[in-house]
Ligand binder design. Structure first.
Ligand code: IMP
Ligand code: MG
Length: 173
């Protein structure tokens, strides 16, 4: 039986998201688009969007889905697009948002796709960063929490489609 040990509770996450929105508002002004990577970032981006609104920012929101994990805990090594690319990207400034940067492949792939689609500038943002797992050098502009090489779930993040509903972030033992 899998058990989940709490890593960041709801209050800690909320405070960190507010601070992150402050950092983003300090660096990004004016018109821009958020592109959020599905599915894992959906809870994070919903909170981040409203925290940005409290700072007067009104980004548009697009979603993009890529897959590298399948149902396993280990990355398959190749990133594939699932479904359509976001539209309305040409000439826009983009804040690319993901839940976790692990090997860095997903974020790098999404960034390259958006550049190809004509984005004029891309900032990257992740709720969780596992720098020790990185296989591809990619700079992340806004990071919520830096974590060890552990498998986390909750706050939108899954293990085999389970645990997304948890309001906190926990480690799967
Ligand atoms: P990367 O392409 O190796 O950087 O993998 C990033 C993606 O893998 C994230 O967007 C997550 O969807 C998934 N992932 C990485 N680590 C975890 C984890 O600890 N729990 C759940 N999903 C994870
Ligand atoms: Mg993901």
């Amino acid at each position: 039986m899998t058990s989940v040990t709490k890593l960041y509770d709801e209050d800690e996450i909320a405070r960190r998201v507010e601070a992150l929105a402050g950092d983003i508002a300090g660096a990004v002004s004016g018109e821009f688009a958020i592109v959020a990577l599905l599915k894992g970032s959906f809870v994070f981006v919903a909170d981040l969007l409203r925290a940005l609104a409290r700072r007067g920012l009104a980004p548009t929101v697009e979603f993009m889905r890529v897959s590298s994990y399948g149902r396993a805990k280990e990355s398959s090594g190749t990133v594939q697009p699932i479904g359509e690319m976001p539209t309305e990207i040409a000439g826009r400034r983009v804040l690319l948002v993901d839940d976790i940067v692990d090997t860095g492949r997903s974020l790098a792939y999404a960034r390259d796709q958006l550049l190809e689609a004509g984005a004029s500038k891309i900032w990257t943002c992740t709720l969780l960063d596992k720098p020790s797992r990185r296989e591809l050098a990619i700079s992340v502009d806004f990071v919520g929490f830096v974590i060890e090489d552990v498998f986390v779930v909750g706050y939108g993040i899954d293990y085999a489609e389970q645990y997304r509903h948890l309001p906190y972030i926990g480690v799967v033992d």
